[in-house]
Design a binder for this molecule. Structure first.
Ligand SMILES: Nc1nc2c(ncn2[C@@H]2O[C@H](COP(=O)(O)OP(=O)(O)OP(=O)(O)O)[C@@H](O)[C@H]2O)c(=O)[nH]1
Ligand SMILES: [Mg+2]
Length: 283
């Protein structure tokens, strides 16, 4: 009898949850950046082996002390995603100090009945002042593993560990499916990643991307029309940049990545627009 189930990945912002998801699935389905709160919606990554199927759910980092509607909504999504899962993977970063945000996540974990795996990530980094703290914590968990999501180290043994803990069951998805992310959403995520990588401080957090059109043209070229919404005129100017250089560079890096991923020529029609109310759509 094969095994199957849902594994939610929780942890503070920036510990590498999305990087780990990509490493587990073996394909870039979630965007990753050095900035906190990159992930906004739970994204599922699917791993199918002879043993069965694991559906991973990547969640937004839990941010402590953030009171705006978007952050609250993110927190609610994390709590809601804990309810119907078979295993919880708690991802930690031994290079960073334990702060309020971390304590918040640990509190959240205490009330969970499912098996819990402590995943100590970023083991490739030499200086890990908080490694011992997390090693001591392992006693409170069903299992503990040390990985490097970036290098892919011990990601296979994490998958094995999860299979040991999963219940028997049939797969939820066809065995060739890697994610639940629809194409348009994935495209908008790639655009958002480039915005995060290029823009400073608060600007990327004011943005939201919508893909209006994806069309394959006769010559095999893929035409994509998308709009970057931001909340204020001055942010729009910052995104566009002097003489349009900013948006041009963002467009180029998006196109470059899409062409590699889709193995086709891409024509990207990227617009920047102001919508002061886009965040309300998350409420
Ligand atoms: N050195 C090293 N860096 C890593 C590793 N895993 C992730 N990172 C880096 O850590 C940063 C954050 O990674 P993400 O995967 O976006 O983190 P996240 O937990 O999904 O963050 P949020 O979506 O904001 O909650 C990125 O710059 C990654 O490249 C790792 O194993 N080793
Ligand atoms: Mg993420």
């Amino acid at each position: 009898m094969p095994k199957s189930g849902f594994v939610v990945m929780i942890g503070r912002s920036n510990v590498g949850k999305s990087t780990l998801l990509n490493a587990l699935v073996g394909s870039k389905i979630a965007i990753t950046t050095p900035k906190p709160q990159t992930t906004r919606l739970p994204i599922q990554g699917i791993v199918t082996r002879d043993d069965g199927q694991i559906v991973f759910i990547d969640t937004p980092g839990v941010l402590k002390g953030a009171h705006d509607a978007l952050s609250k909504k993110l927190g609610q999504m994390v709590r809601a995603s804990l309810e119907h899962v078979d295993v919880v993977a708690y991802i930690v970063d031994p290079t960073r100090e334990i702060g309020d945000e971390e304590r918040e996540v640990m509190r959240l974990l205490e009330s969970i009945d499912q098996p819990k795996i402590l995943v100590i990530n970023k083991m490739d980094i030499d200086r890990k002042p908080f490694l011992d703290f997390y090693k001591d914590l392992s006693a409170n968990f069903t299992r503990a593993v040390e990985v490097s999501a970036l290098r892919g180290t011990h990601v296979g043994s994490l998958i094995q560990t999860i299979f040991e803990l999963l219940p028997e069951g049939e797969p939820y998805y066809p065995d060739n499916q890697l994610t639940n992310v629809p194409n348009a959403f994935w495209l908008s995520e790639i655009i958002r990643e480039k915005l995060f990588l290029r823009l400073r401080q608060e600007v990327p957090y004011t943005t939201h991307v919508e893909v209006q059109e994806v069309e394959e043209r006769e010559n095999g070229m893929i035409y994509i029309a998308a709009t970057i919404f931001t909340t204020e005129e001055r942010y729009k100017r910052m995104i566009i940049g002097a003489k349009g250089v900013g948006i041009k560079e963002i467009g180029q890096s998006v196109r470059h990545e899409l062409e590699l991923a889709m193995d086709a020529k891409v024509f990207l029609d990227l617009t920047v627009d102001v919508d002061p109310h886009w965040m309300q759509r998350f409420e």
